[in-house]
Write a protein that binds this ligand. Structure first.
Ligand code: B12
Ligand code: SF4
Length: 608
């Protein structure tokens, strides 16, 4: 029903489909300035199983090549796939980009079936299928087995109702099939490494070619801010020997020198983890790892931290989250500040770098709370701090707890932990930004830390610390510059990168975009003129607190425009429905925002 003519392969009745996996062009400063670009592991895992099912599969890494939507469309046309599949590790903030990309593809090639997967679409599948008619099917949960079933059903004309773990549209109605049970033996599916066209494109931490690999999936803990447990359902691991074989093969065949362990919690099963480390150490494969490991498990493994080092573990992200014991209890971290301190001490003693994941916004922040946190983090004496803003994902316990709290960030592409999302009563957004930047600077720039790096005896460790400190500094600077530009443009709309809206011009621009992608005229969205002023952030939250409802206000963020603008309301005809059903709104064809139900949008008015 969806497909272009199916190809018969080698005269047999077997049908092979052409599938294009696209890593969407979601760019972050983290990849550009700090870590380096990474392989899209999720897509490679889906791709491996599809290749084994004898389909023709290609990977287009639009993120790595910084491709525009137009260039992606050209590639799609060139390859001529039956199915386009997409999804991104940074799932929530990448969602707007995925939708824009699929929209462009669908406009140009309406016959292509679009399949979308990953964490955010899994938990928002109904909403997405209702509002984005360019997404045909959503794969919920882990993708390997479901993708094979889905493609087989399409090949053989079996109804999608029979495919477990997907969501699709029937008429206008989203249909969710029953979930597929988690894969029990992770070694049954393989990673489609051959889809990587050139390994030189992926280099990280100044250590050369890099890959990501998964030893285990899931996590048995219950931290309220995290949704990993719900996504992977239960903890499972691969055979440690097979993982080490694969790492050795990556090193020997592709000269991979750096690996990110994609595991939420690789240390869950002490015996299996130890087997993995021992195998890595005996094989002496010269690779280094970045892994996320809980402070409690580092303390548990105090006696084998030398083995960690011999196995190549170099960076460990320790999610300390908060330096306040009450907060740790409230978010059910299952750890203590004492563990965090001890974990940092042990890692330092064994020449392993600790990256402290510190989450702000878990309580009512003040300048004082920031001062206390930085003092405590310095006391832990970790090597780096990665400050993240608490982000209320709807599928987490924390997300449900704060449902009614206002957000300062309706732009989903900024739900990336680097931007504040929830309001804070004591600090306005720009003060929160300043406080975070001050904390990072205070932690990384303290003379004692810099001096100890320079004095470090091991030249490899010193060089690595310098490399990472330099790139962390670049990221810090990049974020400050972007924020300042955003503030300037918000205060002085004339300075915004997008020109001040000219309704006639904008309408013309929209028409051209539609036509250049070949979108049929009947499907062109309705364009209405909406008057909106102001920006969320400081202004809105202050007004709300003082009780004066803001009329004619659309919540906007970042670099934006004040004044009348053209708003495209996908599939909606009236404002009330638009607010109720949380549509995607496009302003002057260049700013996409998702408006959530809980947002105070009663002031939105449509002017003919
Ligand atoms: C490795 C990693 C990174 C690496 C590499 C990212 C990359 N390009 O792959 C680095 C350090 C660069 C990174 C950066 C970021 N990350 Co990150 N990262 C991870 C980590 C540790 C593992 C991701 C992974 O590879 N998982 C394993 C793969 C196999 O899982 P998967 O991608 O989900 O794919 C499976 C399914 O989802 C599904 N699937 C996925 N896509 C598709 C598509 C189709 C068509 C189908 C059918 C199925 C399917 O099938 C796959 C196989 O079962 C996770 C935490 C975690 N443990 O999950 C965070 C995580 C994914 N990162 C996250 C974020 C937010 C980011 C950043 C935005 C942070 C920032 N501000 O910079 C950036 C994005 C940068 C970028 N350009 O990628 C969040 C995403 C939150 C969310 N759910 O929305 C996570 C979950 C961390 C967290 N604590 O919440 N990250
Ligand atoms: S934050 Fe880490 S330890 Fe806590 S539930 Fe998530 S993956 Fe597990």
């Amino acid at each position: 029903m969806f497909l272009s003519p199916l190809r018969l392969w080698q005269g047999r009745v077997t049908v092979t489909l052409k599938i294009l996996l696209i890593n969407p062009p979601y760019l972050t400063l983290t990849s550009l300035l700090a870590t380096g670009h990474q392989i899209p592991l999720g897509l490679l895992m889906v791709g491996g199983s599809l290749l084994d099912a004898e389909h023709e599969v290609r990977l287009l890494d639009a993120e790595r090549h910084h491709l525009s939507y137009g260039a992606i469309v050209e590639e799609v046309k060139r390859f001529g796939p039956d199915i386009v599949m997409t999804g991104h590790a940074g799932s929530t903030p990448a969602h707007p980009v995925c939708v824009k990309m699929l929209t462009a593809i669908k406009w140009a090639c309406p016959e292509v079936l679009t399949v979308y997967g990953g964490v955010y679409p899994t938990f928002h599948c109904e909403q997405i299928l209702r509002h984005e008619d360019t997404v045909d099917v959503i794969v919920r949960g882990e993708g390997e087995a479901v993708s094979i079933d889905l493609v087989e059903a399409i090949e053989s004309g079996v109804s999608l109702h029979h495919v477990l773990g997907i969501a699709f549209r029937e008429g206008a109605q989203p249909i969710l099939t029953s979930p597929r049970p988690p894969i029990q033996d992770l070694d049954v599916y393989r990673i489609g490494w051959e889809l990587i066209e050139n390994w030189d494109y992926y280099q990280c931490f100044g250590l050369g070619r890099a890959a990501i690999i998964q030893f285990s999936r899931g996590c048995p803990h219950h931290c309220t801010t995290c949704g990993q447990r719900g996504f992977w359902v239960n903890w499972r691991s691969r055979n440690p020997v097979k993982v080490v074989d694969e790492i050795e093969w990556l090193y020997r065949t592709h000269d991979i020198r750096f690996l990110t362990l994609a595991d939420e919690n690789p240390t869950t099963n002490e015996t299996e983890w130890r087997r993995f480390l021992e195998k890595m150490a005996t094989r002496r494969v010269p690779v280094h790892f970045f892994a996320s490991i809980r402070a409690t498990d580092i303390v548990r493994d105090a006696a084998i931290l030398d083995l960690y080092r011999e196995a190549g573990i170099l960076y460990i992200l320790v999610g300390v989250e908060s330096t306040d014991s009450d907060v740790l209890r409230a978010i059910k971290k299952g750890s203590t500040t004492r563990n965090d301190l001890e974990a940092c001490r042990l890692l330092k003693q064994h020449g392993i770098f600790s990256v402290l994941g510190h989450m702000v916004g878990l309580k009512e922040e003040t300048w004082e709370s920031f001062r206390t946190s930085v003092a405590q983090l310095i006391h832990y004496d970790g090597d780096f701090v990665n400050v993240v803003h608490v982000t209320p994902h709807s599928w987490t316990e924390f997300g449900r707890q704060v449902r009614d709290r206002l957000t300062v960030q309706p732009d989903l592409s900024k739900w990336d932990y680097r931007h504040q999302v929830l309001t804070q009563p004591n600090l306005s957004p720009w003060k929160m930004f300043l406080a975070v930047k001050w904390l990072e600077l205070r932690f990384h720039g303290r003379p004692g830390r810099l001096w100890s790096i320079l004095r470090m005896k091991n030249p490899f460790l010193r060089q690595q610390l310098l490399w990472t400190s330099f790139h962390t500094g670049l990221l810090w600077l990049g974020e400050v510059i972007l924020e300042l530009m955003g503030i300037l443009c918000a205060r002085h709309p004339a300075m915004a990168m997008a020109p001040r809206p000219d309704p006639k011009k904008s309408q013309e621009a929209l028409r051209q975009i539609g036509e250049s992608y070949g979108k049929p005229a009947t499907r062109r969205p309705k364009v209405r003129r909406v008057d909106y002023t102001g920006f969320l952030g400081d202004g809105l939250s202050r007004k709300k607190r003082s009780g004066s409802a803001s009329k004619n206000r659309i919540i906007s963020s970042g670099i934006s425009l004040a004044g009348p603008a053209l708003v495209e309301q996908n599939q909606y005809t009236d404002t009330a429905k638009c607010v109720k059903d949380s549509p995607l709104i496009k302003i002057d064809g260049n700013l996409l925002m998702r408006i959530f139900e809980r947002h105070p949008l009663e002031g939105l008015t449509v002017i003919k």
